[in-house]
Unconditional design. Structure first.
Lengths: 126, 360
């Protein structure tokens, strides 16, 4: 399992990368994409949408099912990764490049995990 | 507590994800649904369908009984033939859809959906008459489906191909496959060329392993219920509980070919006649907008609701999102543009001919 050290992780399998200027990138972890299987559709929010911790801001679909993507922080969407709309499989191919949204942070959930903690968390889920 | 098929250990060993389905723990996928789906379309796939039910109907009055219980006509059927039929309730709704194998005069095997097995057996038992016996042999029978263009080449390594059924919907009652006694039919639920092999539950694991080994070079892989569902949907084959149920008539869901209204009395006949020309029909939808349509989504033209989807997903071989729906016949013309509400959002779709996929 691939869990880059520079990222933070939620217990619902989203990764968060803190950029400069209070902006974060959010994506789905390698563990999540493996569990979901090959993704065939991604539904993203609109720029300007406010997202809230533990609430769905996006959904991704495999052949099997649709799954919500939950917000790991509170914030406002400033950019969406439009390339994913035509090629959702990018999330499977390279989950840490295929970010879903960029968000300006309103507030942070202090409970995000670092890579080591997240690896332990996934091991327990298995 | 779910039951296990005789192949349960084979699936776990192969790393399948096991899920409860129709009272059994069944493999939903081994590696990836799309990969398994594509294997069946281009090479071959192997399915455990031992959860399906098998019922033996035999006796002097067997033919009379099946002609009364089921909507199709079996009068002209000869040994070694398979026929599809709905089984209706007195209101003309579908209790189940099934396959009937004629072994010999007065001896038939009926293959029923796993989820309907007990209901079907109870129903049939309470409606048989005359000199006939009905025996649920499901627990002693395993069923393995070998599907895909390479199926014959694979079976040829394990059996004399002269003994295999040559035509679609025919079967050979006794084939030795890998030295195991099987009934082999040229049938399936994928829209692809292939066979279904019935054997004794005790032989199932040996047969499964022999087939997997024999098919390695041809690209055969085990496939789960996930791929079985996407394959049957791509081929627009109806599934009980989706495209039909005890309120939907077989004529409404496009199964006219399995209903013979001109034959003698059968259960549901008078209701089917009384219901008249169907007002709803089964259609295919191709998503033209963005998104994936699943089952139970309302279908609209503008604000007028036409009906609901019955199955839908992303179809791997066609590489697009498709669905089937039961809608008003008056708006069912090919090319009609509709919108389908999925989780509060409208997705544009077009009515297209069924099946979505037909093997070349």
């Amino acid at each position: 399992m691939n869990t880059p050290k520079n990222l933070k992780y939620s217990d619902t399998h989203e990764w968060v990368e803190f950029l400069d200027d209070g902006i974060v990138k959010i994506g789905l972890t390698d563990y999540a994409q493996k569990k979901l299987g090959k993704l065939v559709f991604v539904n993203l929010p609109l720029v300007g949408d406010v997202i809230a911790i533990d609430e769905a801001f996006s959904d991704v679909e495999s052949v099997k099912a649709v799954s919500d993507v939950l917000a790991p922080i509170d914030g406002t969407v400033v950019e969406i990764n439009e390339a994913l709309l035509d090629a959702p499989g990018m999330i499977n191919d390279d989950p840490y490049s295929a970010w879903l949204v960029k968000v300006t942070v309103i507030s942070e959930n202090g409970e995000l995990m670092d890579s080591g903690e997240y690896e332990d968390f996934c091991a327990k889920e298995e | 507590m779910e039951k296990k098929t005789p192949l349960y250990d084979c699936h776990v060993e192969a790393g399948a994800s096991m899920v409860p389905f129709a009272g059994y723990l069944m493999p939903v996928q081994y590696t990836d649904i799309i990969e398994e789906h594509m294997a069946v379309r281009t090479k071959a796939g192997l399915f455990d369908v031992s959860h399906m039910g098998e019922v033996m109907i035999s006796g002097r009055d067997a033919l009379k009984n099946i002609n009364f219980l089921f909507t199709n006509d079996f009068t002209s059927m000869t040994d070694g033939r398979v026929r599809y039929s709905p089984m209706c309730n007195p209101d003309g709704g579908v209790i189940d859809d099934l396959l009937i194998y004629r072994i010999s005069e007065g001896r038939y095997i009926v293959v029923v959906n796993a989820s309907n097995r007990d209901k079907d057996v109870d129903w049939m038992k309470s409606h048989i008459f005359g000199q006939v016996t009905l025996e649920d042999i499901s627990d002693s029978v395993a069923q393995i489906a070998l599907q895909g263009p390479k199926s014959k080449e694979i079976l040829a390594k394990l059996t004399d191909i002269n003994g295999l059924p040559e035509k679609y919907y025919t079967f050979a009652e006794t084939c030795d496959v890998a030295e195991l006694k099987c009934l082999v039919s040229q049938t399936g639920y994928t829209g692809e060329f292939g066979y279904e092999l019935y054997c004794h539950a005790d032989s199932a694991a040996s047969l499964w392993k022999a087939l997997i080994d024999a098919g390695k070079d041809e690209g055969l892989i085990p496939c789960g219920l996930g791929a079985r569902d996407t394959l049957r949907l791509e081929a627009a084959m109806p599934l009980y509980g989706h495209e039909m149920d005890d309120t939907v008539s077989p004529l409404e869901t496009g199964l006219d070919f399995g209903v013979k209204l001109l034959k003698d009395d059968f259960i549901g006949k008078s209701a089917l006649i009384a219901r008249g020309e169907p007002k709803i029909t089964r259609v295919g939808l191709k998503v033209t907008g963005r998104g994936i349509i699943r089952e139970h989504c309302p279908v609209f033209i503008g604000e007028e609701k036409l009906g609901d989807t019955t199955s839908g997903t992303f179809l791997p071989y066609l590489n697009g999102a498709y669905a089937m729906a039961l809608i008003n016949k008056s708006h069912s013309e090919i090319g009609t543009l509709v919108s389908v509400e999925v989780r509060g959002r409208r997705i544009e779709a077009e009515i297209v001919p069924l099946p979505f996929y037909k093997k070349s």
